[in-house]
Design a protein around this ligand. Structure first.
Ligand code: CDV
Length: 316
């Protein structure tokens, strides 16, 4: 018997700063209903789905900042989405900004949750690879201040056995890092869910930025193939408060092939049947990690953030 999950990437078009949570949740419910009508059992929404991508601005007023964060999930504004999903028996991934209270202190994380088809919260992930800066960059016209607004996630990259598969989550910039996929693959992940917000001018270097779409695909396809997993990647897309966010929401097979991709930068649902036996085939053969991976021969791995230092006898 083949195991499969019909999965949707529910791309969300631009969200204005003035848009209310109620307006956004209405759009998410419409996307969820469309996905369900097209057979989806699992829907993946983007990173920071509930608001505009606020790390593009430097805010200092705590009240202004808090308005972008959720203190509970589900909360009063999002409960409707959870209810509709449960009634339709559709599981989902949702990214949001989380204000958490831990050890008597407040912490801000860029977070996603995984909810099963019965409406039960299965897991939570907090983004580890935060891009950008922890202070505004005067030379930049548009800021990227994720390191200012968020702490790196403290939950690792767990996986969950749910909805008939082993699933893991990551968020946006995480998808560019091979460790993200590999840590989950080593735990048996068959599906990796990821939401993103990717401006097409994020480095300010045109040679680099013009490849933004290519790098998105490259990362997702390599991650899927090298780790024998389905990757379901969903964008917040379109012209949002002056920032052009790429679309390209896509579903990538463990073969590395893109099986569905959004064609717009608006609200759009793409659907594919994810055959989990295909993931098992790749992991049983070329990427049998237990048989073919050789970590004992990789040499000493040194935790170092900078380049290798020059030899001590190097000439100045
Ligand atoms: N939200 C993100 O993490 N965006 C980054 C951009 C800034 C490089 C990304 O990896 O798409």
């Amino acid at each position: 018997m083949t195991r499969s999950i019909i999965t949707a990437a529910a791309q969300v078009g631009p969200i204005a700063r003035a848009d209310s949570r109620a307006q956004v949740v209405d759009r998410l419910i419409a996307l969820l209903r469309e996905a369900h009508a097209r057979g989806a059992e699992l829907v993946v929404f983007p990173e920071l789905t509930l608001t505009t991508f606020f790390p593009r601005w430097h805010m200092t007023d705590p009240t202004e900042i808090s308005a972008f964060f959720e203190t509970a999930m589900p909360g009063p504004q999002t409960q409707r989405l959870f209810d509709v999903a449960r009634d339709l028996r559709v599981g989902f991934y949702l990214g949001y900004a989380e204000l958490a209270e831990e050890d008597g202190l407040q912490h801000r994380f860029n977070t996603s949750v995984l909810v099963d088809r019965a409406g039960k919260m299965v897991g939570k992930y907090r983004k580890i690879h935060l891009p950008g800066y922890d202070a505004p960059q005067p030379e930049r016209t548009s800021q990227h201040l994720e390191k200012y607004y968020f702490e790196p996630g403290n939950l690792g990259f767990p996986v969950w056995r749910t909805m008939g598969a082993v699933m893991g989550m990551c968020i946006c910039n995480d998808r560019r890092w091979p460790e993200t996929y590999r840590v989950m693959a080593l735990q048996g992940a068959e599906m990796i869910l990821v939401g993103y917000n990717t401006p097409d001018d994020h480095t300010g270097n045109f040679d680099f930025d013009s490849l933004t779409g290519f790098h998105n695909q490259l990362s997702l396809q390599a991650g899927a193939y090298q780790n024998s997993a389905w990757v379901v990647a969903t964008a917040k897309a379109g012209l949002e408060e002056g920032s052009r966010l790429i679309g390209q929401s896509m579903i990538v097979a463990p073969s590395g092939q893109v099986v569905a991709m959004a064609t717009s930068t608006s609200d759009e649902v793409v659907v594919a049947r994810c055959d989990l036996d295909m993931a098992a085939l790749y992991r049983r053969t070329i990427f049998d990690l237990a048989r073919h991976r050789e970590p004992q021969h990789y040499g000493l791995i040194v935790e170092r953030k900078g380049p290798v230092p020059p030899p001590e006898d190097a000439q100045p």
